[in-house]
Design a protein around this ligand. Structure first.
Ligand code: L34
Length: 284
């Protein structure tokens, strides 16, 4: 079994990006900027947002974080987004999810200019992804593909099973695997005999959000296993959707939690910010 370290892969990719920024700055007269909006005080969100800002600055971009109180109204948030859409110095806008219950997430995502939508969540980017047109690819799915490709195991012709069907991970990662010519199955909480389905997978992506759900007996020997889950157990332990202990001896390659998909999500966010910057600058 080999461990796919998202942490190490990220370090390499971030170094490459850091090397790219000075020439971008020279060419366009400024650094790319990422602006993150955080509403409320969810500790996990606070920590992810801090990591994003830190990563942006570490590779030589600029980053701004706007922190708004929990009671912020939807109208106020939409107004801020409209202002950032118009701000020429802002290349990427990310609204950290989840939002407080009184705010409609779909409305907020719709309000972000699709050209600054570094998450790739805007309907325009989703449509473009499914139509096979140039788009901003969501960070977590993009990171999963990079991790699979880092193993050297080819994707084309393989059976890939994605467990989970969210708009943020399951559906887009399935589309990306399809684009790489895998034969893709999307399984989910209602799939009958899930183990029989996952045991067929040469590539298994777990993105259900259920701690330790995928156990070793559900993994095909030698498979590439990508664990997207980030679950905090009652004892404080951070675990994935995959039971690493039982799955690792069976898998050919497996990503850990922490140190797997999480850091890669942030790394892909940096890539998307650079992409948004370059696209806007070139279209000026
Ligand atoms: N808009 N909202 C928007 N975009 C996103 O891409 C996200 N996501 C998810 C939550 N909400 C979002 C993230 O950024 C999840 N997520 C995310 C990003 C990074 C990490 C985890 C989740 C991460 O760095 N995890 C570390 C450990 C974190 C810890 O110790 O708590 C890891 O090694 O997995």
């Amino acid at each position: 079994m080999n461990i796919i370290s998202g942490k190490e892969l990220s370090a390499r990719l971030r170094e490459e990006m850091a090397a790219q920024i000075p020439s971008l700055e020279e060419k366009y007269g400024r650094k790319p900027n990422l602006t993150v909006i955080l509403v409320g005080e969810n500790p996990a969100s606070q920590s992810y947002v801090r990591s994003k800002a830190k990563a942006a600055v570490a590779i030589g971009m600029t980053s701004s974080t706007v922190t708004l109180p929990e009671q912020t109204s939807e109208a106020e948030l939409l107004e801020l987004i409209a202002k950032l859409n118009e701000d020429d110095a802002v290349d990427g806008i990310l609204v950290q999810l989840p939002l407080p219950k009184h705010i409609d997430e779909d409305k907020v995502i719709d309000a972000i200019s699709y050209e600054k939508d570094v998450d790739g969540f805007h309907p325009m980017n989703v449509a473009a992804l499914w139509l096979g047109q140039p788009c901003i690819v969501p960070c977590t799915p993009k990171g999963c593909i990079e991790m699979i490709e880092s193993t050297g195991v080819g994707i084309a012709g393989k059976k890939a099973v994605v467990v989970g069907r969210s708009n943020i991970v399951g559906k887009p990662v399935a589309k990306l695997l399809l684009d790489k010519n895998a034969t893709v199955t999307i399984a989910h909480s209602r799939t009958a005999d899930l183990g029989a389905v996952t045991r067929e997978a040469d590539i298994l992506v777990a993105a259900v959000g259920r701690p330790l759900m995928i156990t070793g007996d559900m993994v095909k020997p030698g498979a590439v296993v990508i664990d997207v889950g980030i679950n905090r157990l009652e004892d404080g332990r951070l675990v994935g959707d995959v039971d690493f202990e039982s799955a690792a001896p069976v898998a050919g390659y497996i990503s850990p939690v922490p140190g797997g998909v999480g850091p890669m999500t942030i790394t892909m966010l940096m890539k998307n910010t650079i992409q948004c910057f370059e696209t806007r600058m070139q279209n000026k």
